[in-house]
Each structure stands twice: as structure tokens, then as C-alpha cells.
Design a protein around this ligand. Structure first.
Ligand SMILES: [Zn+2]
Length: 144
């Protein structure tokens, strides 16, 4: 079972460092070349991976390969290897769903004129503990 926390709590407590290898003010590190080399040279317990999931993106503890988007390095090490920090959550809009044998699936063809969604996706707020309880269930322990 993952430990789920809000992004704000994560930033405040783990303190992601700035990427000094780029001229922009950013916290993320690329998945290739010198930025990736730097990530690999960091304390493994201070490395986090932002990954692409089924219904959004989230930051997870550790260096991962599958579905990676980019990396973060924090000042403070993680302790729980199953820590999860949602950064973007969406649901599929009704206009992009297709019912096949009673199961709703993404039909890949959302209505471009739909007022509800952006290309078939509707963003779900995921910033606060309340937001995350709405997503994961009221019984879920959310750190935030
Ligand atoms: Zn729609």
C-alpha cells in the first residue's frame, strides 16, 4: 500500500533541489545525458521519478524506468519506497467513452466541441488532502 501525500507537503518536507544543469529555474531532471548522469550519481534515496499512470501523473520514490517523465532530487531522503505524490489527475469525459459489452472504454475519438472536456479529458483537482481523499477514498490516509 502506497503512502500518498500532497505535492505541497512533499515539497516542504523533502525539498526538491533546483536543476543547476539548465539555465531555467526548474526542479526536474531529464531522463538522458548529463542530467540523467547527475540523477544516477545522487543518493538513491533522494531520487524520485515522475511517471505517467493510467489516470494522470505522479511522483514516486526511487529511480524508475517504466513510464518515466523526468526525475527529481530532494535534499531529504525518502523512507518509504512506496510513496506516491499525485501531480495531475484526470478522468475520461463521457463524450470519449464507448460502451462495449457493458464496459466503458476510451474510444479515442472525443467530441472536439464538447464544453466539458479538453480532448476527452477532464482535470480533477489533486492539490489538497480533501482532493486526494475524493480520489482515493475517504478512508485512505493522506499525508498533507
Ligand atoms: Zn467531452
Amino acid at each position: 500500500m502506497s503512502k500518498i501525500m500532497t505535492y505541497d507537503y512533499w515539497v516542504e518536507n523533502f525539498k526538491p533541489i533546483k536543476n543547476h544543469l539548465v539555465k531555467y529555474d526548474q526542479l526536474t531532471f531529464e531522463t538522458y545525458d548529463e542530467e540523467y548522469e547527475f540523477v544516477k550519481s545522487a543518493n538513491p534515496n533522494c531520487v524520485w521519478t515522475e511517471v505517467d499512470g493510467d489516470s494522470g501523473t505522479y511522483i514516486v520514490s526511487g529511480l524508475h524506468w517504466v513510464n518515466r517523465i523526468h526525475y527529481y532530487i530532494t535534499e531529504n531522503p525518502w523512507e518509504d519506497e512506496y510513496t506516491e505524490v499525485p501531480t495531475w489527475v484526470y478522468r475520461t469525459c463521457d463524450c470519449a467513452d464507448e460502451e462495449t459489452d457493458g464496459v466503458l472504454t476510451w474510444d479515442g475519438d472525443p467530441n472536439p466541441d464538447c464544453p466539458e472536456c479538453d480532448e476527452g479529458m477532464i482535470d480533477i483537482p489533486c492539490e489538497t488532502v480533501v482532493d486526494l481523499k475524493d480520489i482515493y477514498g475517504q478512508e485512505t490516509d493522506i499525508v498533507g
